[in-house]
Design a protein around this ligand. Structure first.
Ligand SMILES: [Zn+2]
Length: 252
């Protein structure tokens, strides 16, 4: 992708993010890789829904500005770190989509295997610990899981999504927000049914090569035969019995 294409693409993705309410006012930032080891990124302080191609800033891999008159996004350190660690990534979107950000404020990762479509394309969305925005704390917070995830919730902040292209990173953002909405509705209805490890295994065979590295999820990944061996079963029943007894006593 050349610089001109990158500028146009960032303007377009910024407009989509703003129109869909994934960013408000001057929030959020987007970037993409450009031929020659350069990175095109949104400027700081402007509404991402109303950018012009000339507002886009072009930087080298170390973050030095090589084109454009504006300051790069305050979250540029996050973008640079992702490009450095993940040569396969060509685009990054940081946004504040309301439902997924709600999960990030509740500090609840989107880590349950509940939707086949999400499992085969996105996997789980981990929660990165709280980090002060625009500092090196933000890239630090996602580093432990950066290798095998393309989407993150940033505690009390928002989301980061990555893709081979900027459009792909944007679609991943759409998926994360949609996933968050579905999980929220299921929780409101009072029941979240998680797929079994077997169900998840079957999905990886019908969509081979498509499955991300980060499944099965924490909930369905428990190899029950192994962890709940005979004696453990007895231990669990014993614990359950005691809890029930205690509850019964309290009632009395
Ligand atoms: Zn932010």
């Amino acid at each position: 992708m050349n610089i001109w294409q990158a500028r146009k693409e960032i303007v377009e993705i910024g407009r989509r993010c703003y129109e869909r309410g994934f960013v408000a006012a001057t929030d959020g930032n987007m970037s993409c890789r450009v031929a020659g080891d350069l990175i095109a990124a949104t400027p700081a302080g402007l509404c991402k829904g109303m950018l012009a191609v000339n507002d886009i800033v072009v930087l080298d891999a170390a973050g030095r500005r090589v084109e454009g008159n504006r300051e790069a996004s305050s979250e540029i350190l996050l973008h640079l770190e992702i490009y450095k660690e993940r040569p396969d990534v060509g685009g990054v979107v940081h946004a504040h989509p309301p439902t997924a950000t709600g999960f990030a404020v509740a500090r609840m990762p989107l880590a349950e295997c509940v939707l086949p479509e999400v499992i085969t394309t996105l996997g789980n969305v981990p929660l990165a610990p709280y980090a002060t925005p625009s500092t090196t704390e933000v890239p630090e917070s996602i580093r432990p899981k950066l290798r095998d995830h393309n989407a993150f919730l940033l505690a009390n902040h928002g989301t980061v999504t990555l893709g081979a292209t900027l459009l792909e990173a944007y679609f991943t953002l759409e998926k994360v927000e949609q996933f968050a909405r579905v999980v929220l509705v299921a929780r409101q209805l009072g029941r979240v049914s998680v797929l079994t490890a077997d169900d998840v295994k079957k999905l990886t065979t019908i969509a081979p090569g498509k499955a991300p590295l980060n499944i099965p999820c924490e909930a369905c990944d428990i190899p029950q035969e192994e962890t709940l061996a005979c004696e453990d079963d007895a231990l669990v029943s014993d614990a359950v019995r005691r809890v029930l007894e205690r509850l019964r006593d309290q009632k009395d």
